[in-house]
Design a protein around this ligand. Structure first.
Ligand SMILES: NC(=O)c1ccc[n+]([C@@H]2O[C@H](COP(=O)([O-])OP(=O)(O)OC[C@H]3O[C@@H](n4cnc5c(N)ncnc54)[C@H](OP(=O)(O)O)[C@@H]3O)[C@@H](O)[C@H]2O)c1
Length: 282
């Protein structure tokens, strides 16, 4: 039995017998949620998590084939997502994301800024890597948020941005990427401060390594990336690499009313990587 079919059965049973389960299952019913980078990895997991909770989704990315696959899986939970082909580093595409979503659903309740890219590039590496990452990770996120904010003020909605643990820990080989993620942390703090009085919350999640396509797309081979992840895993306090669903659950929590008093905050989901390792022996 597929997960979606099992879910529909549980949901049906819960409607009759367990009102409290139904409430938590349908936490995002009638809520309009935009998820960027929903064609893969963490964004795809977010799409399924929000779909399961009854959300009306706009799923965004450049790879329409992948988006259509994700939309199909989400639709099995009840609502067919709106697929929007857009490159968030292109201003006209960003406009389209907001325009199409509002035209289709009439409002926006949640923006999940998840789309992002990684290039393995440090201090002495080509600046063009940095320019690309700035265009997507910072500028794209900033522009899309800017366009969505008037609608979020109207709905008293919120933004959750996917940053990274490397915004705060030191990894020179990915210095340029780390800088873009540090900018997202600054964005989160400033936007939360400005929008709080208008009823809009802004938060970030800061994952450590997560099994997705990010590192392979950055140019590492499958083998290299798995070896590196294993090295990182052994240095973690919990020695656990997160799955995309772990991050998606945290994103959904922050976007929900259960987090109604949380704004301007970062949430590590990194097996304790940000803690480093103690240097004093007991
Ligand atoms: N995986 C990790 O270890 C890890 C750790 C910390 C933080 N993160 C962050 O998590 C987020 C999601 O990454 P992931 O790990 O799930 O990697 P992924 O599997 O490579 O997914 C990245 C997503 O971003 C989209 N994207 C990239 N550039 C885009 C652009 N210019 N316009 C629109 N969409 C774009 C991709 O869609 P298309 O190809 O369809 O455009 C894809 O759906 C990123 O912000 C990443 O920095 C990941």
């Amino acid at each position: 039995m597929s997960e979606q079919v099992r879910y529909r059965r549980i949901k049906r049973v819960s409607c009759y017998y367990t009102a409290s389960i139904q409430l938590s299952v349908m936490e995002f019913e009638q809520k309009v949620v935009i998820i960027t980078g929903a064609s893969s990895g963490i964004g795809e997991a977010c799409a399924q998590t929000f779909a399961k909770a009854g959300a009306l989704l706009s799923i965004v990315g450049r790879n329409v084939e992948n988006l259509d696959q994700v939309a199909k899986k989400c639709a099995e939970y009840g609502n067919k997502p709106l697929v929007i082909k857009a490159d968030i580093s292109v201003a006209e595409d960003v406009e389209k994301i907001v325009k199409n979503t509002v035209a289709h659903y009439g409002k926006i309740d949640v923006l999940v800024n998840n789309a992002g890219m990684l290039r393995i590039a440090g201090l002495m590496d080509d600046i063009s890597n940095f320019d690309q990452m700035v265009g997507t990770n910072i500028r794209g996120t900033y522009l899309l948020s800017q366009k969505a904010i008037p609608h979020l003020i109207e709905s008293k909605g919120n933004i959750v941005t996917v940053s990274s643990v490397v915004s705060t820990i030191t990894e020179p080989v990915i210095m340029q990427y780390s800088m873009t993620k540090a900018a997202l942390d600054a964005f989160t703090r400033c936007a939360a401060s400005e929008l709080g009085p208008k009823g809009v919350r802004v938060n970030a999640v800061n994952p450590g390594p997560v099994f997705t396509n990010l590192f392979v797309r950055s140019g590492l081979t499958d083998e290299d990336y798995k070896t590196k992840f294993e090295e990182v895993r052994t240095s973690m306090r919990l020695k656990k690499i997160a799955e995309p669903e772990d991050v998606a659950n945290l994103v959904a929590f922050l976007a929900s009313d259960r987090a109604k008093c949380i704004t301007g905050s970062f949430h590590y989901i990194d097996g304790g990587l940000h803690l480093g390792n103690p240097v004093l022996r007991p």
